[in-house]
Design a binder for this molecule. Sequence first.
Ligand code: AMP
Ligand code: MG
Length: 353
Amino acid sequence: MSEMQTKYWHVDNRVDVLKTYPQVKEAADLLKKNEVVAFPTETVYGLGGNALSDEAAAKIFAAKGRPADNPLIIHLASKQQAADVAVNISETAEKLMQAFWPGPLTIILAKQPNKLSDIVTAGLETVAVRMPDHPVALAVIQAAGLPIAAPSANRSGKPSPTSAKHVQDDLDGRIAGIVDGGETGVGVESTVVDCTGEIPVILRPGGITKEEIEAAVGETAIDAALTDTQKQPKSPGMKYTHYAPDAPVYLMEGSKEWIQSQVNRERQQGKKVGLLTTEENLSFYEADVILPCGSRKDLKTVAHSLYDVLRAFNETDVDIIYSETFSTEGVGLAIMNRLEKAAGHRWIRETSK
Ligand code: AMP
Ligand code: MG
């Protein structure tokens, strides 16, 4: 891929003035010319491109090094825009949009035929759509006047970007521009829910919890592949190892004392050990690098910091990373899903209690 000059715009997130920003217009003009541009959403930074254009879609896949069978989520500036890209929108889907849009919920619907780039949908008959809850994302999409396909703005396989610096580290010279609107809030990607069947099915856990979805629309299933690694996931992207730092990650299930003893054992063998912990346990441990990832009292703070912490380990020279684990309640389900992927499902358990 040939190097290009990546433009960099800084904007603040003031809703009232964003529309008038020349930076937003410039980014939108590039999208209209089928170039690809990164911008913040409330979950992570997205790499946007015109969802109607094969040329733009191909640029997204090339910049990320993303496998061609992993379809993209289309980002919209309004609920009404869903009807431009999807058909047969069920009552349940409508209710979910009313309850959670703008917000971190992606809905799978039957796609409008002959409209979207087949590269975006990876040739599927369905399409993934969401309306992001971030003033910068909404301003850029609205100014472009197009449905915008936007996967996370990282190189494929790396932790998703939660700051413009993360995007720059991965994609500088490979994309037309980056709109810097500061750190993202939620920190893990949207929840993906399939609304093409009888009851909604969660294909990927994320910012909106199963509990919240059930409160809005009743019975909701979880794709069996999320709990059984032998099963084929319904969401093509879920089969890939993601979010991995350079050093191998292990999920440590046991007491603090036991985790410390495992750290000691590795260090005695000459290994440099990194530890992903939480504010509560920070002062307890001794290791080569200890990084706190939010507080156990509020798992949202763990989600917010997770990718930044995984990336931060790459700035260190640790040989292995041990990670504490979390409950799978609420946003914990998304946190543990991402950690499992970062760890390639490697667990070490304290068996003899
Ligand atoms: P990302 O854009 O990297 O956050 O990933 C988007 C996620 O949505 C991936 O797991 C995709 O496989 C999934 N996805 C996108 N479109 C569809 C679809 N039509 N059906 C099922 N999953 C989808
Ligand atoms: Mg991604």
